[in-house]
Design a protein around this ligand. Sequence first.
Ligand code: ZN
Ligand code: ZN
Length: 139
Amino acid sequence: MASVLAPGELRLTANRRALLAALDKATRPLTADELAGSAGVALSSAYRNLAELAAAGVVARVSTGGIDCFELAEQFSDHSHHHHLMCIECGIVTDFAPSPQLERLISREVEELAAQHGCEVISHVFDVRGLCRQCRPRR
Ligand SMILES: [Zn+2]
Ligand SMILES: [Zn+2]
């Protein structure tokens, strides 16, 4: 995973390596705070390095509307294309993969819609906002 970083593109410092290892073993997108804890990196360093890794396209920022989360970019991740369920209350983000039928339907519809605007599709993001199991009863 980490070896895919082209040499010279972004230097793989100890902190970046630790953050990438933490992202690699995470089972869901994590906040900078959670990643700093998991990687044993200072929070300020985690923020800076995650922003740089995101700018380099190695890490994907997941915008929740609250505190952003981070995950490995799909091309560097073991579980490739997926979508997100986000809790608007506590901000937890869960990965999910639609059925192959729904995924094909989304791709086809998105491509048709984009084509009407003269746009060639590179990828799509389809995230769902709601209330998680823990937050639902408190509403
Ligand atoms: Zn929640
Ligand atoms: Zn999809």
